[in-house]
Design a binder for this molecule. Structure first.
Ligand code: DHB
Ligand code: MG
Length: 219
């Protein structure tokens, strides 16, 4: 497909199945105005996260990598009464943008934004009630660390989703010196070798380009 054709299809499917949503659109607008990178998940993929959460009746969701809170809003809207999203953002300024977006979307009461690097924040969640869904979407160099914490903090039978496992097929380059690609490759090998996971991957071709997500079931 040409870029024009897959963008046309992405627009069409988004129009038909997602439609317009002012809170989500303004979250992206606020994120752009704050000069944050436009690397939030595509609308169709945000809705996929939302539906996955509902399908598994997730009550507790952990997100690693908040950015402007776009995927956070999608997942928070999937929660039943009393449910919770815990989301981790390394940069305090970015966490503030997310917090204002969560307030505007009316989900701030269900979301806890924890500010700090995942490697420091994740250990503080030990001993809390297990998570049903973990969405990993932060610095790719730390993907294996995040997967390890997902397995520790997720419930047996829980779901782990890892964003950006395709990167325009650059993940196929075993000799790359790109540390992000190395991090993605290491995480895919961990999903294969670590008995705590059973995983597959889904390629995506949408307004964010050619990429993909990995889906893993926790033992
Ligand atoms: C990048 C990170 C992401 O999580 C994403 O979805 C797209 C791009 C990046 O760091 O370039
Ligand atoms: Mg991502």
């Amino acid at each position: 497909p040409t870029r024009e054709s897959w963008m046309r299809l992405d627009d069409y499917l988004t129009d038909v199945l997602v439609g317009h949503d002012s809170a989500l659109e303004s979250a992206v607008a606020v994120q752009d105005a704050a000069h944050l990178p436009s690397i939030e998940v595509a609308p169709l993929n945000g809705k996929l996260l939302h539906l996955l959460a509902r399908m598994i009746r997730a009550r507790r969701i952990l997100e690693i990598g908040t950015l402007g809170g776009y995927s956070t809003i999608w997942m928070a809207r999937a929660l039943p009464e009393g449910g919770r999203v815990v989301t981790i953002e390394a940069e305090p300024d970015i966490a503030q943008v997310a917090q204002s977006n969560l307030l505007r979307a009316g989900v701030a009461d269900r979301v806890e934004v924890l500010v700090g690097r995942g490697e420091h924040v994740l250990p503080t969640l030990s001993g809390t009630e297990p998570f049903d869904l973990v969405f990993i979407d932060a610095d790719k160099e730390s993907n294996t660390l995040y997967l390890d914490w997902a397995a520790r903090l997720g419930r047996s039978g829980g779901l782990v989703v890892v964003d950006n496992i395709g990167r325009e097929a650059r993940v196929t380059d075993a000799d790359t010196d790109d540390s992000q690609i190395q991090g993605v490759r290491a995480s895919l090998e961990m999903l294969r070798d670590d008995p705590r996971f059973d995983a597959t991957a889904l390629q995506t071709l949408d307004r964010k380009g050619w990429d993909g997500i990995a889906l893993a079931l926790l033992a």
